[in-house]
Design a protein around this ligand. Structure first.
Ligand code: NAD
Length: 299
């Protein structure tokens, strides 16, 4: 059985690793969080005591970590994982990080003769569980092709966006747009509710009209409109406000670097900053931006 090391078993990595197991790979998994390790073991992964132990005998390493600092700490430096890997191991980093950080890791891998790609994902936790994620890959074509058998076990769409870092650029463009249409959707739903409409009826109308979009149709932010989305479980699980803020920061940094004009992205970042200013909101799903527009009860 071909062995894959999976590092980072959170909201996304946990179900992604489980799909690799279902596809017939032996998955050696590591996450410093005990609860994540217990869940991974229940899903058929082999628990490892460290990242270094997880990669023993693996033909690929897949990482799904919260940010670039952690990805660089994992792979780079004298005690980094790249020093411990055999040269025939393929590195696939699925975390959303700065394109510059991804290029740094891929260049360091290349110096050691190791193939590596950036492969951030879109689709959210539901697509991670269903194995229908979209992967946006950056790197050499042969490395992306070598990654396909692993990515196909976890996703439905595999795009080669361009050279190293290009997957991350595609990802932050997508997430900036996602933040913008989530905020617009929440604002429109609240306007309807404040004027006596049932949010479910309004959602049905806009879905069949020109306001239709992914946030409205697949990830409705108004509680009770859709089952199985974070809005219907008090905004738990899903994609944390803190992570959306990270992605909007990456989008703004990228825009500054290319002198691009992104006024709606900047406003979206401001609104998420306002929402995330309350510490407890940082951990909630990003669709909880709906609460910024909701009136306190009795108002
Ligand atoms: P998460 O916080 O739920 O999970 C991250 C996991 O990484 C945690 O369990 C943490 O303990 C673990 N971790 C931290 N350092 C580690 C290390 N050195 N080795 C191994 N594990 C380590 O985050 P998430 O929601 O799963 O997101 C992961 C990445 O995917 C982020 O970069 C995020 O931006 C991106 N993403 C998330 C979503 C989503 O809907 N949640 C969608 C697309 C992309």
């Amino acid at each position: 059985m071909e062995k894959v090391a999976f590092l980072g078993l959170g909201n996304m990595g946990g179900p992604m690793a489980a799909n690799l197991v279902k596809a017939g790979f032996a998955v050696s998994a590591f996450d410093p969080a005990q609860a994540a390790m217990e869940q991974a073991a229940q899903n058929g992964c082999e628990p490892a005591e460290s990242a270094a132990q997880a990669v023993q005998g693996a033909s690929a390493v897949i990482s799904m970590l919260p940010n670039g600092a952690l990805v660089k700490e994992l792979y780079l430096g004298a005690r980094g994982l790249l020093q411990a890997l055999e040269t025939d191991v393929l590195v696939i980093d699925c975390s959303t990080i700065a394109a510059g950080d991804a290029r740094q890791v891929i260049a360091a891998a290349s110096e050691r003769g190791i193939r590596a790609i950036d492969a951030p994902v879109s689709g959210g936790t539901a697509a991670a569980a269903a194995g229908t994620l979209s992967f946006m890959c950056g790197g050499d074509a042969d490395a992306v092709d070598a990654a396909r058998p692993f990515l196909e076990a976890m996703g439905a769409n595999i795009f080669h966006a361009g050279p190293a870092g290009a997957g991350q650029v595609a990802k932050i463009c997508n997430n900036m747009l996602l933040a913008i249409h989530m905020i617009g959707t929440a604002e429109a739903l609240q306007l309807g509710v404040d004027n006596g409409l049932d949010p479910k009826v309004l959602s049905d109308i806009m879905r069949a009209s020109s306001g239709g979009n992914w946030s409205l149709e697949k990830y409705n932010p108004y509680p009770g409109v859709m089952d199985s989305v974070p809005a219907s479980r008090d905004y738990t699980g899903g994609f944390a406000v803190a992570l959306m803020l990270k992605d909007l920061g990456l989008a703004m940094d990228t825009a500054a670097g290319s002198a691009s004009s992104t006024p709606l992205g900047a406003l979206a970042k401001n609104l998420y900053q306002l929402h995330g200013g309350d510490e407890k909101n940082q951990r909630l799903d990003f669709s909880s931006i709906q609460n910024l527009f909701r009136r306190p009860a009795g108002d």
